[in-house]
Structure formats: structure tokens, C-alpha cells
Design a protein around this ligand. Structure first.
Ligand SMILES: Nc1ncnc2c1ncn2[C@@H]1O[C@H](COP(=O)(O)OP(=O)(O)O)[C@@H](O)[C@H]1O
Ligand SMILES: [Mg+2]
Length: 242
């Protein structure tokens, strides 16, 4: 039994001649909240897609919940994916469905809940994200920040043990960025979720990160807390903090 819920060692991934990830070692304990910083096109999203088995690494080991992801069958992979939430930048909601229907959708697909159980679960997560009054609204009636909250509610309604956040605050104004970042942090501690956040947004990083990894040229170039890295002497690391 590994101490780590995500345990990656010496992972590499190239596309054609292009080496994207060269030697990635990432060990995450249950309940941790880790931010990966990196410039655009450095392989942050590729790393997340490897974790959910959508991209196959070339070399290295990649275990999640003690299971070697590249070795799983599609059926086994689906079981693992049920325990991993994935919040993309757009967090796209279905425009033709109400908030309630958007939230029920993943539950109906994967489980056989009664009407009462569905109502109870939808209401719980809407209370968690502070939007119970919007239950019967359509996505078009909501602000960008509210849509983001609903996207997060739709992720946590599955009760994931891990949530992967891909640029969760990109495109949001500073106030909404803070609001969403605090929500990520609060949900993390309320449900003991393990969070892996990739971003280049320092406001989000400061609020959510217990530990930060800086990705550069296919490796984790630097690691530390926000305070440690913000005092770094390295020009590349410093470039994120100005
Ligand atoms: N499926 C793919 N096929 C070919 N190249 C890819 C694929 N996915 C990502 N890449 C390339 O890998 C690099 C890293 O991509 P990505 O992880 O999306 O960067 P980011 O750090 O901005 O999230 C980019 O150059 C991208 O073009
Ligand atoms: Mg990306």
C-alpha cells in the first residue's frame, strides 16, 4: 500500500519528435492541495490527462489509488475515473438544461438514485457552492462566476476523492478568481478531497496551494510553499511571482 494517492515516477511523454514531459516524479498524499505552475504549452494538461488514462505515457510508472493506470482495462479505468473529478477551464454546462438537470446528469448516467435521493444530492451541493436559489435557472441566466460554481458543484456531486483542476480561474475577473479559489480550498477541507491544480494564476495559487511545483522543460524545476518560492533567487521561478 503506497502512502500516496497519486504516485508518479520518472514519467516521460513525447509527441513525435517533441519531448513534452521528460522526467516527472509527483507524489501526492490524500487531502493535499498541489499547484503546478508552468508556462503555456509545457505539458500541464498532458500530465492531468495521463492521470485519468486519456494519454498514455512513454516511460515511467503512474499509479492512482495504488493502481497502475496504463495497465488498466477500459472497464477498470472507468471505475477509477468515477473517483476522480475533472474541472476544465470552460467547465461547460449544458445550455439547454436547468441548473438542477445539469447537476443530476452525471448521477443519472452512473447510478440508480430515486427522485428523492437526486433532489437531496443536488440541494446539498448547491448549498455547498452557495447557489441553492439558482436551482431552477438556466445557465444563460447566470454570471461567469456562478456558472463556474455550478461546474464545481457538478464535479463534487460525484463525491470524487481527487479533483483535477485545469486552469480553473482563467478568464475570470480578480474578484471571481478569489471567490472560486476560496471555494476550491473550502471544498478541499470539507470533504478531504485531494486537489491537483494546474494554472499560471498566482492569486489562485496563493489561496489554494499547500505545495507548488514549477514545470519547466519537461521536469519539475522547483518545489516549495508559496512563501518559499516567492523568495526564490531563480529568475524563472521569480517570473511567476511578479
Ligand atoms: N494529443 C496530442 N498530440 C500531439 N501533441 C500534443 C497532444 N496533446 C498535447 N500536445 C502538445 O504538447 C504540448 C503541451 O501541451 P499541454 O499539456 O496542453 O500544455 P499546457 O501546459 O499549456 O497545458 C503542446 O505543445 C501541445 O501542442
Ligand atoms: Mg493546458
Amino acid at each position: 500500500m503506497s502512502d500516496y494517492i497519486i504516485d508518479i515516477e520518472h514519467l516521460s511523454k513525447s509527441f513525435g519528435q517533441k519531448e513534452i514531459l521528460i522526467d516527472i516524479t509527483l507524489k501526492v498524499k490524500r487531502g493535499e492541495s498541489i499547484v503546478t505552475l508552468g508556462k503555456s504549452g509545457t505539458g500541464k494538461s498532458v500530465t492531468l490527462l495521463c492521470i485519468v488514462g486519456l494519454i498514455l505515457p512513454d516511460l515511467g510508472t503512474l499509479k492512482v489509488f495504488d493502481k497502475s493506470i496504463p495497465d488498466l482495462s477500459e472497464k477498470e479505468l472507468n471505475e477509477v475515473r468515477k473517483k476522480i473529478g475533472f474541472l476544465f477551464q470552460s467547465g461547460a454546462l449544458y445550455d439547454s438544461m436547468s441548473v438542477r438537470e445539469n447537476l443530476e446528469f452525471p448521477l443519472i448516467r452512473h447510478f440508480n438514485y430515486s427522485r428523492d435521493e437526486l433532489n437531496e444530492k443536488v440541494e446539498t451541493v448547491l448549498n455547498d457552492v452557495g447557489l441553492i436559489d439558482s436551482i431552477d435557472k438556466m445557465p444563460s441566466e447566470l454570471s461567469g462566476g456562478m456558472r463556474k460554481r455550478i461546474g464545481l458543484a457538478r464535479t463534487i456531486i460525484m463525491r470524487p476523492e481527487i479533483i483535477l483542476y485545469d486552469e480553473p480561474t482563467t478568464g475570470l475577473d480578480p474578484a471571481t478568481t478569489r471567490e472560486i479559489s476560496y471555494l476550491i480550498k473550502d471544498l478541499n477541507s470539507a470533504y478531504n478531497i485531494t486537489s491537483l491544480i494546474v494554472t499560471h494564476d498566482m492569486a489562485c495559487t496563493k489561496i489554494t496551494a499547500q505545495r507548488i511545483l514549477v514545470l519547466k522543460n519537461g521536469i519539475y524545476f522547483a518545489e516549495g510553499s508559496f512563501d518559499e518560492l516567492s523568495n526564490s533567487n531563480d529568475d524563472f521561478v521569480k517570473s511567476f511571482f511578479i
